[in-house]
Structures are given as structure tokens and as C-alpha cells.
Design a protein around this ligand. Structure first.
Ligand code: SAM
Length: 216
């Protein structure tokens, strides 16, 4: 799905997004959102922040945060959530494209993404941009669903993926952790859930792509 259609799709889904992912997501993702929040450090960029479902889980090590998304309607939900959850939550929300991040090199200590590398048209370009805006010594954090290493599950994912891709731009069987390694990231830790479908990955950006230590 191209960027224009993705933006329209998520603008249209924004009002019902939290409800539709709700119960299913709690069963599928379990405690991984909480664990994701606890891995965030310092100046944080959350790429494709959506309706801000991770915001309530941001841990105490977050100093300041920026959330970016293509969809203005999803960002409006995130803005409301940020206010409702914690009036002091220091998050700035920006509309933009993950494949061309509007930030300087090395601007963030943590660059994070959840359940969106399945949706962006070009996950390789997005990871490159995430590496560029991450300072050297910083971390990149992923909470994603990927192709399961269990063959019958992977088969089912491939079978169902075209429908998801068509309606919400979500690819069920991307091998995102492989793409991450191929892009030169070093995986520091990886937690798996549900037959390897869900992964929480903490990674070091590639040494040549981590940018300098410029301010955000
Ligand atoms: C499935 S939702 C996930 C939202 C949120 N990260 C979460 O965990 O609930 C996918 C999000 O990716 C955003 N998105 C897709 N492609 C994008 C791009 N190229 N740049 C920025 N955001 C994008 C969509 O607007 C949508 O909010």
C-alpha cells in the first residue's frame, strides 16, 4: 500500500483503532508493551506512534519524547491519550514519514517502533532512518510481529497476509529481525512470544549509520 493510501486508511481507522486491537492485542502481545516501555531511555523517538497505545507504559528513564506518525487522526488520539494518562508526559507529536525522518543525525538516545514495520512500505529504509537519527551508543527498540519460525504458523501467516495487506497495509509474514541484522544492527536482546510471532528486540545501530551526537 502506498503512503497516500496508508494515511487515508489510518485516518479512517483512528476512531476505532484502540477498540479493534483491544482484547485481541492484550492476548497476543501480553506484557510486551510494558516491557517495551521499560526499555526506553533518555530522549526517545517513537516512530509510527499511532494512537499512542505505548504511552501509558513509558518508564521513568524517559526524559523527553517525540512521536511521529503519517496519520493526523492517529496523532490526535495519541495527543488525547498523552493528556489523559499523564498531563506531564513530555511528548511532542509530529506528522511525517518514517522513511524520511525530519530529524537530525544522532538526535535521540532511543529510537523505537511497535507493530509498524509490518505496515511501512519499505522497512529497510525505515530502519536506516532509525539508525541515522539514533546517537552512537544509543539503542533501537522494536516490538513487532514477524514470520514465525514454526512452519505451519508461517504458512497460515502467508495465507492470511494478502487480506491484511489489502485492507490495512499490514504484512503478516515479514522477516523484520532478519532485515534488521542485514541492515547492520547488532541484536542485544530478543524476547519471543506466541511461537516466535511477536518479538521485542533491543539493538545497537550499525556503527556507520548511528549519526553523531547532535541535539534534537
Ligand atoms: C498498526 S498501527 C501501529 C500503531 C502503534 N505503533 C501501536 O503500536 O499501536 C501502524 C501505524 O503506522 C503508521 N504508519 C504506516 N506507515 C507509516 C510511515 N511511512 N510513516 C509514519 N507512520 C506510518 C500508521 O499511520 C499507523 O498509525
Amino acid at each position: 500500500m502506498d503512503l497516500r493510501r496508508l494515511r487515508h486508511t489510518y485516518d479512517a481507522r483512528a476512531a476505532s483503532y484502540d477498540r479493534t486491537v483491544g482484547l485481541g492485542e492484550r492476548v497476543l502481545v501480553g506484557g510486551l508493551r510494558r516491557a517495551f516501555g521499560m526499555e526506553l531511555r533518555g530522549e526517545v523517538l517513537e516512530v509510527a506512534v499511532g494512537s499512542g497505545l505505548n504511552l501509558p507504559f513509558y518508564g521513568p528513564a524517559v526524559e523527553r519524547a517525540v512521536g511521529l506518525d503519517l496519520s493526523g487522526a492517529m496523532l490526535a488520539r495519541a495527543r488525547a491519550r498523552g493528556r489523559a494518562e499523564d498531563a506531564a508526559l513530555p511528548i511532542r507529536l509530529v506528522q511525517g514519514n518514517a522513511q524520511r525522518l525530519p530529524f537530525s543525525d544522532g538526535a535521540f538516545d532511543t529510537v523505537a517502533v511497535s507493530l509498524a514495520l509490518c505496515t511501512v512500505p519499505d522497512p529497510g529504509a525505515t530502519l536506516q532512518e532509525m539508525a541515522r537519527v539514533c546517537r552512537s551508543g544509543g539503542r533501537v527498540l522494536l516490538l513487532e510481529h514477524v514470520r514465525s519460525p514454526v512452519p505451519p504458523v508461517a504458512w497460515l501467516q502467508r495465507l492470511l497476509s494478502p487480506v491484511q495487506e489489502r485492507f490495512i497495509g499490514c504484512h503478516l509474514a515479514r522477516e523484520t529481525v532478519t532485515t534488521l541484522r542485514e541492515a547492520g544492527f547488532t541484536v542485544r536482546s530478543e524476547r519471543r512470544r506466541l511461537l516466535g510471532v511477536f518479538r521485542l528486540v533491543v539493538a545497537d545501530p550499525p556503527p556507520d549509520g548511528g549519526g553523531t551526537d547532535a541535539a534534537a
